[in-house]
Design a protein around this ligand. Structure first.
Ligand code: ADP
Ligand code: MG
Length: 489
Protein backbone atom coordinates (compact mmCIF):
# COMPACT_ATOMS: atom_id res chain seq x y z
CA UNK A 1 0.00 0.00 0.00
CA UNK A 2 1.21 3.53 -0.78
CA UNK A 3 -0.01 7.05 -0.02
CA UNK A 4 -1.32 7.18 -3.60
CA UNK A 5 -4.06 4.75 -2.55
CA UNK A 6 -5.67 7.37 -0.32
CA UNK A 7 -7.79 10.01 -1.85
CA UNK A 8 -5.42 12.84 -0.88
CA UNK A 9 -5.13 15.95 -2.99
CA UNK A 10 -2.10 16.19 -5.30
CA UNK A 11 -0.26 18.97 -3.46
CA UNK A 12 -0.46 16.99 -0.23
CA UNK A 13 0.73 13.81 -1.94
CA UNK A 14 3.64 15.71 -3.45
CA UNK A 15 4.63 16.93 0.02
CA UNK A 16 4.49 13.39 1.40
CA UNK A 17 6.76 12.28 -1.40
CA UNK A 18 9.11 15.16 -0.69
CA UNK A 19 9.17 14.11 2.99
CA UNK A 20 10.38 10.71 1.79
CA UNK A 21 7.54 8.67 3.27
CA UNK A 22 7.18 5.46 1.28
CA UNK A 23 4.62 3.35 3.08
CA UNK A 24 1.88 4.54 5.43
CA UNK A 25 2.26 3.35 9.02
CA UNK A 26 -0.49 1.15 10.55
CA UNK A 27 -2.26 4.05 12.27
CA UNK A 28 -2.05 6.08 9.06
CA UNK A 29 -3.55 3.23 7.03
CA UNK A 30 -6.56 3.07 9.30
CA UNK A 31 -7.05 6.70 10.23
CA UNK A 32 -6.59 8.52 6.92
CA UNK A 33 -9.61 7.01 5.10
CA UNK A 34 -11.87 7.52 8.14
CA UNK A 35 -10.88 11.16 8.48
CA UNK A 36 -11.36 11.73 4.75
CA UNK A 37 -14.88 10.29 5.06
CA UNK A 38 -15.63 12.95 7.63
CA UNK A 39 -15.88 10.81 10.76
CA UNK A 40 -14.97 11.82 14.27
CA UNK A 41 -12.32 9.45 15.52
CA UNK A 42 -10.57 8.21 18.61
CA UNK A 43 -7.26 6.52 17.92
CA UNK A 44 -4.97 4.66 20.24
CA UNK A 45 -1.36 4.35 19.16
CA UNK A 46 2.01 4.69 20.85
CA UNK A 47 4.45 7.48 20.18
CA UNK A 48 6.59 7.32 17.10
CA UNK A 49 3.91 5.62 15.03
CA UNK A 50 3.24 8.59 12.74
CA UNK A 51 0.13 10.09 14.31
CA UNK A 52 0.87 13.61 13.06
CA UNK A 53 0.55 12.55 9.44
CA UNK A 54 -2.41 10.32 10.34
CA UNK A 55 -4.51 13.38 11.17
CA UNK A 56 -2.51 16.04 9.32
CA UNK A 57 -2.63 14.64 5.81
CA UNK A 58 -6.37 14.00 5.50
CA UNK A 59 -7.28 17.16 7.39
CA UNK A 60 -5.08 19.34 5.21
CA UNK A 61 -6.26 17.58 2.10
CA UNK A 62 -9.76 18.85 2.85
CA UNK A 63 -8.76 22.42 3.64
CA UNK A 64 -9.44 25.30 1.31
CA UNK A 65 -6.61 27.68 2.28
CA UNK A 66 -9.18 30.49 2.36
CA UNK A 67 -7.28 32.54 4.93
CA UNK A 68 -9.29 31.41 7.92
CA UNK A 69 -8.19 29.04 10.66
CA UNK A 70 -9.59 25.73 9.43
CA UNK A 71 -7.79 23.38 11.80
CA UNK A 72 -6.93 23.48 15.51
CA UNK A 73 -4.50 21.00 17.02
CA UNK A 74 -4.16 20.90 20.81
CA UNK A 75 -1.01 19.27 22.22
CA UNK A 76 0.33 18.94 25.78
CA UNK A 77 3.68 20.73 25.61
CA UNK A 78 5.42 23.58 23.87
CA UNK A 79 7.97 21.13 22.51
CA UNK A 80 5.28 19.06 20.88
CA UNK A 81 3.55 22.16 19.58
CA UNK A 82 6.71 23.10 17.73
CA UNK A 83 7.31 19.59 16.44
CA UNK A 84 3.77 19.08 15.22
CA UNK A 85 3.83 22.53 13.66
CA UNK A 86 7.04 21.76 11.80
CA UNK A 87 5.67 18.48 10.53
CA UNK A 88 2.37 20.02 9.41
CA UNK A 89 4.18 22.88 7.74
CA UNK A 90 6.11 20.34 5.63
CA UNK A 91 2.89 18.68 4.49
CA UNK A 92 0.99 21.91 3.88
CA UNK A 93 3.43 24.28 2.26
CA UNK A 94 2.69 23.18 -1.33
CA UNK A 95 -1.01 23.66 -0.61
CA UNK A 96 -0.58 27.18 0.74
CA UNK A 97 -1.47 26.13 4.28
CA UNK A 98 0.34 28.05 6.99
CA UNK A 99 0.63 26.99 10.60
CA UNK A 100 0.80 29.10 13.75
CA UNK A 101 2.28 27.78 16.96
CA UNK A 102 0.73 28.97 20.19
CA UNK A 103 2.17 28.36 23.66
CA UNK A 104 2.74 30.09 26.97
CA UNK A 105 5.79 31.94 28.18
CA UNK A 106 6.13 34.29 25.20
CA UNK A 107 4.50 37.55 24.09
CA UNK A 108 0.93 37.49 22.85
CA UNK A 109 1.30 40.00 20.01
CA UNK A 110 3.32 37.96 17.56
CA UNK A 111 1.33 34.81 18.15
CA UNK A 112 -1.93 36.61 17.49
CA UNK A 113 -0.51 38.05 14.25
CA UNK A 114 0.50 34.55 13.13
CA UNK A 115 -2.90 33.10 13.97
CA UNK A 116 -4.51 35.69 11.72
CA UNK A 117 -2.50 34.39 8.76
CA UNK A 118 -2.69 30.70 9.53
CA UNK A 119 -4.86 27.84 8.29
CA UNK A 120 -3.81 25.63 11.18
CA UNK A 121 -3.18 26.57 14.80
CA UNK A 122 -1.13 24.21 16.94
CA UNK A 123 -1.56 25.16 20.58
CA UNK A 124 -0.96 24.13 24.18
CA UNK A 125 -4.10 24.20 26.35
CA UNK A 126 -3.12 26.97 28.79
CA UNK A 127 -2.26 29.68 26.31
CA UNK A 128 -5.08 28.73 23.98
CA UNK A 129 -7.59 29.08 26.81
CA UNK A 130 -6.12 32.49 27.70
CA UNK A 131 -6.48 33.75 24.16
CA UNK A 132 -10.02 32.49 23.78
CA UNK A 133 -11.27 33.69 27.17
CA UNK A 134 -9.78 37.15 26.84
CA UNK A 135 -11.39 37.47 23.42
CA UNK A 136 -8.04 38.14 21.79
CA UNK A 137 -8.80 35.53 19.16
CA UNK A 138 -11.90 33.83 17.80
CA UNK A 139 -11.64 30.47 16.12
CA UNK A 140 -14.08 28.70 13.88
CA UNK A 141 -12.20 25.55 12.86
CA UNK A 142 -13.71 22.72 10.84
CA UNK A 143 -11.20 20.29 12.30
CA UNK A 144 -10.14 19.94 15.93
CA UNK A 145 -7.44 17.49 17.01
CA UNK A 146 -6.48 16.49 20.54
CA UNK A 147 -3.01 15.00 20.27
CA UNK A 148 -1.55 12.92 23.13
CA UNK A 149 -4.78 13.35 25.05
CA UNK A 150 -3.69 11.08 27.91
CA UNK A 151 -0.63 13.21 28.56
CA UNK A 152 -2.75 16.34 28.65
CA UNK A 153 -4.95 14.80 31.31
CA UNK A 154 -1.89 13.55 33.21
CA UNK A 155 -0.64 17.11 33.22
CA UNK A 156 -3.91 18.34 34.68
CA UNK A 157 -5.35 20.08 31.62
CA UNK A 158 -8.82 18.54 31.73
CA UNK A 159 -10.58 21.73 32.83
CA UNK A 160 -8.77 23.84 30.25
CA UNK A 161 -9.71 21.41 27.50
CA UNK A 162 -13.35 21.32 28.46
CA UNK A 163 -13.39 25.09 28.66
CA UNK A 164 -11.72 25.46 25.26
CA UNK A 165 -14.43 23.36 23.66
CA UNK A 166 -17.11 25.79 24.84
CA UNK A 167 -15.51 28.34 22.50
CA UNK A 168 -15.48 26.02 19.49
CA UNK A 169 -18.25 25.52 16.92
CA UNK A 170 -20.60 22.56 17.38
CA UNK A 171 -20.33 21.80 13.68
CA UNK A 172 -16.84 20.35 13.43
CA UNK A 173 -14.86 17.14 12.88
CA UNK A 174 -13.04 16.11 16.04
CA UNK A 175 -10.13 13.68 16.27
CA UNK A 176 -8.59 12.39 19.43
CA UNK A 177 -5.25 10.60 19.80
CA UNK A 178 -4.00 8.90 22.90
CA UNK A 179 -1.35 6.31 23.69
CA UNK A 180 -3.53 4.86 26.45
CA UNK A 181 -7.29 4.70 26.99
CA UNK A 182 -7.99 5.12 30.69
CA UNK A 183 -11.52 5.87 31.86
CA UNK A 184 -11.00 9.62 31.99
CA UNK A 185 -10.06 9.62 28.31
CA UNK A 186 -13.09 7.59 27.29
CA UNK A 187 -15.28 9.95 29.26
CA UNK A 188 -13.79 13.01 27.60
CA UNK A 189 -14.23 11.31 24.23
CA UNK A 190 -17.92 10.83 24.95
CA UNK A 191 -18.28 14.52 25.64
CA UNK A 192 -16.44 15.97 22.67
CA UNK A 193 -16.76 13.36 19.92
CA UNK A 194 -19.81 12.72 17.80
CA UNK A 195 -20.44 9.09 16.85
CA UNK A 196 -16.70 8.39 16.60
CA UNK A 197 -14.93 5.60 14.77
CA UNK A 198 -12.31 3.81 16.83
CA UNK A 199 -8.83 3.00 15.68
CA UNK A 200 -6.64 0.86 17.87
CA UNK A 201 -3.22 -0.23 16.83
CA UNK A 202 -2.47 -3.37 18.79
CA UNK A 203 0.66 -3.76 20.81
CA UNK A 204 2.62 -5.91 18.43
CA UNK A 205 2.03 -3.39 15.68
CA UNK A 206 2.83 -0.40 17.81
CA UNK A 207 6.01 -1.62 19.47
CA UNK A 208 8.46 -0.86 16.82
CA UNK A 209 10.07 -4.16 15.88
CA UNK A 210 13.15 -2.32 14.69
CA UNK A 211 14.10 -1.65 18.30
CA UNK A 212 16.20 -4.45 19.76
CA UNK A 213 15.71 -4.60 23.50
CA UNK A 214 18.39 -5.78 25.89
CA UNK A 215 18.70 -5.89 29.63
CA UNK A 216 21.71 -6.27 31.89
CA UNK A 217 21.56 -7.41 35.48
CA UNK A 218 23.86 -5.47 37.78
CA UNK A 219 24.15 -4.79 41.48
CA UNK A 220 23.06 -1.29 42.43
CA UNK A 221 26.53 -0.13 43.33
CA UNK A 222 27.77 -1.18 39.88
CA UNK A 223 25.21 0.80 37.95
CA UNK A 224 27.39 3.80 37.09
CA UNK A 225 30.33 1.71 35.95
CA UNK A 226 28.07 -0.63 34.01
CA UNK A 227 26.53 2.34 32.23
CA UNK A 228 29.89 3.76 31.23
CA UNK A 229 31.06 0.35 30.05
CA UNK A 230 27.95 -0.16 27.95
CA UNK A 231 28.19 3.28 26.36
CA UNK A 232 31.79 2.48 25.54
CA UNK A 233 30.81 -0.86 24.10
CA UNK A 234 27.74 0.20 22.14
CA UNK A 235 29.44 3.38 20.99
CA UNK A 236 26.18 5.20 20.19
CA UNK A 237 26.00 8.13 17.79
CA UNK A 238 23.28 9.69 19.89
CA UNK A 239 21.68 8.27 22.97
CA UNK A 240 19.24 9.16 25.71
CA UNK A 241 19.71 7.88 29.25
CA UNK A 242 16.55 7.79 31.33
CA UNK A 243 16.57 8.29 35.07
CA UNK A 244 13.84 8.31 37.67
CA UNK A 245 14.88 11.47 39.48
CA UNK A 246 16.30 14.85 38.61
CA UNK A 247 18.95 14.40 41.27
CA UNK A 248 20.15 11.32 39.43
CA UNK A 249 20.26 13.23 36.16
CA UNK A 250 22.64 15.78 37.69
CA UNK A 251 24.83 13.14 39.21
CA UNK A 252 25.10 11.15 35.98
CA UNK A 253 25.81 14.23 33.90
CA UNK A 254 28.73 15.02 36.21
CA UNK A 255 29.93 11.42 36.18
CA UNK A 256 29.79 11.04 32.41
CA UNK A 257 31.31 14.47 31.78
CA UNK A 258 34.23 13.48 33.98
CA UNK A 259 34.68 10.40 31.78
CA UNK A 260 34.96 12.65 28.74
CA UNK A 261 31.58 12.16 27.11
CA UNK A 262 29.72 15.02 25.42
CA UNK A 263 26.72 14.97 27.68
CA UNK A 264 23.93 17.22 28.87
CA UNK A 265 20.97 16.88 31.20
CA UNK A 266 17.38 17.57 30.27
CA UNK A 267 15.25 18.80 33.16
CA UNK A 268 11.58 19.39 33.49
CA UNK A 269 12.20 22.73 35.13
CA UNK A 270 14.94 23.86 32.79
CA UNK A 271 14.35 27.28 31.30
CA UNK A 272 12.70 27.01 27.90
CA UNK A 273 15.44 28.87 26.03
CA UNK A 274 18.13 26.74 27.55
CA UNK A 275 16.15 23.62 26.78
CA UNK A 276 15.83 24.57 23.13
CA UNK A 277 19.54 25.34 22.88
CA UNK A 278 20.37 21.97 24.43
CA UNK A 279 18.02 20.08 22.17
CA UNK A 280 19.44 21.82 19.12
CA UNK A 281 22.97 20.90 20.22
CA UNK A 282 21.83 17.30 20.57
CA UNK A 283 20.23 17.30 17.12
CA UNK A 284 23.32 18.79 15.53
CA UNK A 285 25.80 16.53 17.28
CA UNK A 286 27.46 18.94 19.72
CA UNK A 287 26.08 16.71 22.44
CA UNK A 288 26.01 12.92 22.06
CA UNK A 289 24.25 11.94 25.26
CA UNK A 290 21.11 13.27 26.86
CA UNK A 291 20.36 12.33 30.45
CA UNK A 292 16.68 12.91 31.12
CA UNK A 293 13.71 12.18 33.30
CA UNK A 294 10.48 10.91 31.75
CA UNK A 295 8.80 14.27 32.15
CA UNK A 296 11.65 16.19 30.57
CA UNK A 297 11.79 13.89 27.57
CA UNK A 298 8.07 13.98 26.95
CA UNK A 299 7.42 14.41 23.27
CA UNK A 300 11.09 14.81 22.46
CA UNK A 301 11.41 13.92 18.79
CA UNK A 302 14.99 13.70 17.70
CA UNK A 303 15.80 11.56 14.72
CA UNK A 304 18.86 9.34 14.69
CA UNK A 305 18.82 8.45 18.38
CA UNK A 306 20.61 5.11 18.08
CA UNK A 307 20.32 3.95 21.70
CA UNK A 308 18.05 4.44 24.67
CA UNK A 309 19.44 3.48 28.07
CA UNK A 310 17.25 2.92 31.10
CA UNK A 311 19.53 3.63 34.02
CA UNK A 312 16.69 2.29 36.12
CA UNK A 313 13.83 0.28 34.81
CA UNK A 314 10.72 2.50 34.73
CA UNK A 315 7.89 1.69 37.11
CA UNK A 316 5.31 0.93 34.48
CA UNK A 317 5.15 -0.56 31.00
CA UNK A 318 3.69 2.61 29.48
CA UNK A 319 6.75 4.62 30.41
CA UNK A 320 8.95 1.86 29.11
CA UNK A 321 7.28 2.00 25.71
CA UNK A 322 7.42 5.79 25.68
CA UNK A 323 11.10 5.79 26.53
CA UNK A 324 12.29 3.23 24.04
CA UNK A 325 10.15 4.88 21.38
CA UNK A 326 12.73 7.71 21.32
CA UNK A 327 14.87 5.46 19.17
CA UNK A 328 13.99 3.55 16.02
CA UNK A 329 12.06 6.50 14.65
CA UNK A 330 11.17 7.07 11.01
CA UNK A 331 11.88 3.48 10.02
CA UNK A 332 15.42 3.38 11.41
CA UNK A 333 16.64 0.68 13.77
CA UNK A 334 17.58 1.28 17.37
CA UNK A 335 18.60 -0.40 20.60
CA UNK A 336 17.05 -0.14 24.04
CA UNK A 337 19.25 -1.11 26.97
CA UNK A 338 17.92 -1.50 30.48
CA UNK A 339 19.92 -1.91 33.67
CA UNK A 340 18.18 -3.94 36.35
CA UNK A 341 19.12 -5.17 39.76
CA UNK A 342 18.27 -8.80 40.61
CA UNK A 343 15.13 -7.82 42.51
CA UNK A 344 13.80 -5.96 39.46
CA UNK A 345 13.76 -9.05 37.27
CA UNK A 346 10.06 -9.52 37.84
CA UNK A 347 9.42 -6.08 36.46
CA UNK A 348 11.25 -7.13 33.29
CA UNK A 349 9.01 -10.16 32.97
CA UNK A 350 5.91 -8.03 33.46
CA UNK A 351 7.03 -5.51 30.87
CA UNK A 352 7.74 -8.30 28.39
CA UNK A 353 4.20 -9.51 28.87
CA UNK A 354 2.60 -6.07 28.63
CA UNK A 355 4.64 -4.99 25.64
CA UNK A 356 4.44 -8.31 23.87
CA UNK A 357 8.13 -8.41 23.09
CA UNK A 358 11.09 -10.33 24.40
CA UNK A 359 13.95 -8.56 26.10
CA UNK A 360 17.33 -10.20 25.54
CA UNK A 361 19.59 -10.75 28.56
CA UNK A 362 23.22 -9.96 28.08
CA UNK A 363 26.29 -9.83 30.26
CA UNK A 364 28.23 -6.61 30.78
CA UNK A 365 31.22 -6.82 28.43
CA UNK A 366 34.63 -6.90 30.01
CA UNK A 367 37.17 -4.19 29.40
CA UNK A 368 39.02 -6.59 27.08
CA UNK A 369 35.88 -7.28 25.09
CA UNK A 370 35.26 -3.58 24.65
CA UNK A 371 38.86 -3.04 23.63
CA UNK A 372 38.65 -5.82 21.07
CA UNK A 373 35.48 -4.53 19.54
CA UNK A 374 37.01 -1.05 19.47
CA UNK A 375 40.07 -2.41 17.76
CA UNK A 376 38.02 -4.10 15.06
CA UNK A 377 36.21 -0.85 14.39
CA UNK A 378 39.47 1.02 14.35
CA UNK A 379 41.09 -1.35 11.88
CA UNK A 380 38.18 -0.99 9.55
CA UNK A 381 38.23 2.77 9.89
CA UNK A 382 41.95 2.94 9.21
CA UNK A 383 41.60 0.69 6.17
CA UNK A 384 38.90 2.97 4.78
CA UNK A 385 40.74 6.24 5.34
CA UNK A 386 42.00 8.26 2.38
CA UNK A 387 45.67 9.19 2.58
CA UNK A 388 46.09 12.96 2.40
CA UNK A 389 49.02 15.03 1.10
CA UNK A 390 49.35 16.63 4.52
CA UNK A 391 49.72 13.22 6.12
CA UNK A 392 52.48 12.29 3.65
CA UNK A 393 54.26 15.55 4.55
CA UNK A 394 53.89 14.85 8.27
CA UNK A 395 55.36 11.35 7.99
CA UNK A 396 58.26 12.70 5.94
CA UNK A 397 59.03 15.24 8.68
CA UNK A 398 58.77 12.59 11.40
CA UNK A 399 61.12 10.34 9.45
CA UNK A 400 63.95 12.85 9.99
CA UNK A 401 64.21 11.58 13.56
CA UNK A 402 62.27 8.33 13.77
CA UNK A 403 62.02 5.04 11.93
CA UNK A 404 58.78 4.13 10.25
CA UNK A 405 57.68 1.46 12.74
CA UNK A 406 58.13 3.82 15.69
CA UNK A 407 56.11 6.44 13.86
CA UNK A 408 53.33 3.94 13.27
CA UNK A 409 53.37 2.91 16.93
CA UNK A 410 53.22 6.50 18.09
CA UNK A 411 50.32 7.39 15.81
CA UNK A 412 48.41 4.25 16.77
CA UNK A 413 48.94 5.02 20.46
CA UNK A 414 47.60 8.49 19.89
CA UNK A 415 44.42 7.16 18.30
CA UNK A 416 44.04 4.52 20.98
CA UNK A 417 44.34 7.08 23.75
CA UNK A 418 41.53 9.06 22.18
CA UNK A 419 39.53 5.86 21.99
CA UNK A 420 40.39 4.67 25.46
CA UNK A 421 37.85 2.51 27.25
CA UNK A 422 36.51 4.50 30.15
CA UNK A 423 35.56 3.71 33.69
CA UNK A 424 36.40 1.08 36.24
CA UNK A 425 36.05 -2.65 35.91
CA UNK A 426 32.52 -3.87 36.35
CA UNK A 427 31.62 -7.23 37.75
CA UNK A 428 27.98 -7.48 36.72
CA UNK A 429 26.20 -10.83 36.82
CA UNK A 430 26.88 -13.81 34.60
CA UNK A 431 24.27 -15.21 32.29
CA UNK A 432 23.84 -18.39 34.31
CA UNK A 433 23.33 -16.42 37.47
CA UNK A 434 20.73 -14.23 35.80
CA UNK A 435 18.87 -17.26 34.51
CA UNK A 436 18.84 -18.73 37.98
CA UNK A 437 17.57 -15.48 39.46
CA UNK A 438 14.80 -15.23 36.91
CA UNK A 439 13.75 -18.75 37.73
CA UNK A 440 13.68 -17.88 41.41
CA UNK A 441 11.77 -14.68 40.80
CA UNK A 442 9.15 -16.51 38.77
CA UNK A 443 8.86 -19.20 41.43
CA UNK A 444 8.38 -16.60 44.13
CA UNK A 445 5.64 -15.06 42.08
CA UNK A 446 3.64 -18.23 41.76
CA UNK A 447 4.21 -18.86 45.44
CA UNK A 448 2.93 -15.74 47.16
CA UNK A 449 1.76 -17.58 50.24
CA UNK A 450 5.13 -19.11 50.81
CA UNK A 451 6.85 -15.78 51.18
CA UNK A 452 9.16 -16.96 53.90
CA UNK A 453 10.38 -19.76 51.75
CA UNK A 454 10.82 -17.46 48.81
CA UNK A 455 12.97 -15.12 50.83
CA UNK A 456 15.08 -17.93 52.12
CA UNK A 457 15.66 -19.07 48.59
CA UNK A 458 16.72 -15.63 47.58
CA UNK A 459 19.24 -15.22 50.31
CA UNK A 460 20.65 -18.61 49.59
CA UNK A 461 21.04 -17.53 46.05
CA UNK A 462 23.05 -14.47 47.05
CA UNK A 463 25.36 -16.63 49.06
CA UNK A 464 25.88 -18.77 46.03
CA UNK A 465 26.90 -15.71 44.08
CA UNK A 466 29.57 -14.87 46.61
CA UNK A 467 31.16 -18.27 46.29
CA UNK A 468 30.79 -19.85 42.84
CA UNK A 469 29.21 -17.01 40.95
CA UNK A 470 31.62 -14.42 42.23
CA UNK A 471 34.60 -16.63 41.57
CA UNK A 472 33.47 -17.12 38.04
CA UNK A 473 33.29 -13.46 37.34
CA UNK A 474 36.65 -12.78 38.88
CA UNK A 475 38.18 -15.22 36.49
CA UNK A 476 36.47 -13.54 33.62
CA UNK A 477 38.03 -10.25 34.61
CA UNK A 478 41.43 -11.77 35.00
CA UNK A 479 41.50 -11.27 38.76
CA UNK A 480 41.43 -13.82 41.51
CA UNK A 481 39.74 -13.52 44.85
CA UNK A 482 42.78 -15.05 46.52
CA UNK A 483 44.85 -12.04 45.54
CA UNK A 484 42.34 -9.74 47.18
CA UNK A 485 42.50 -11.82 50.36
CA UNK A 486 46.27 -11.81 50.31
CA UNK A 487 46.39 -8.04 50.23
CA UNK A 488 44.22 -7.78 53.25
CA UNK A 489 46.29 -10.30 55.18
P1 ADP B 1 3.84 10.14 16.87
O1 ADP B 1 3.05 11.41 16.86
O2 ADP B 1 2.99 8.92 16.73
O3 ADP B 1 4.76 10.05 18.05
P2 ADP B 1 5.17 11.32 14.65
O4 ADP B 1 4.01 11.75 13.85
O5 ADP B 1 5.88 12.35 15.44
O6 ADP B 1 4.77 10.10 15.60
O7 ADP B 1 6.19 10.55 13.67
C1 ADP B 1 7.44 10.07 14.12
C2 ADP B 1 8.49 10.18 13.04
O8 ADP B 1 8.23 9.27 11.97
C3 ADP B 1 8.56 11.56 12.41
O9 ADP B 1 9.92 11.91 12.25
C4 ADP B 1 7.86 11.40 11.07
O10 ADP B 1 8.35 12.32 10.12
C5 ADP B 1 8.17 9.96 10.72
N1 ADP B 1 7.12 9.30 9.92
C6 ADP B 1 5.78 9.36 10.11
N2 ADP B 1 5.12 8.60 9.21
C7 ADP B 1 6.05 8.05 8.41
C8 ADP B 1 5.99 7.17 7.27
N3 ADP B 1 4.83 6.71 6.80
N4 ADP B 1 7.16 6.81 6.70
C9 ADP B 1 8.34 7.27 7.20
N5 ADP B 1 8.47 8.10 8.25
C10 ADP B 1 7.34 8.49 8.85
MG1 MG C 1 2.79 13.01 18.00
Amino acid sequence: MTFQDFNLKPTILAAVEEAGFKEPSPVQKEAIPLVLEGHDMIAQAQTGTGKTAAFGLPMMSMMEADGSVEGLVIVPTRELAMQVSDELYRFGKLSGLKTATVYGGTAYGKQIERIKQASIVVATPGRLQDLLMSGKIKLNPKFVVLDEADEMLDMGFLDEIKNIFTFLPKERQTLMFSATMPKAIRKLAEEILNDPKTVSITKSESTNSKITQYYYVVQDRERDDALVRLIDYKNPDKCIIFCRMKKEVDRLVAHLTAQGFKVSGLHGDMEQKQREVTIRAFKQGGIDIFVATDVAARGLDVNDVTHVFNYHIPFDSESYVHRIGRTGRGGKSGEAITLVSPNELRTIKRIEKDVGAKLITQVIPTRIEVQNSRQDELIEKIANTQITDKAIELVKTLQHDLDIVTIAHLLASMIQNENAVKGKDVIGLGLEEVELLIERAMQNRGNDRGRGRGHGGYRGNNRRRNSHGGGNRHNRNGRSSRNGGGNRG
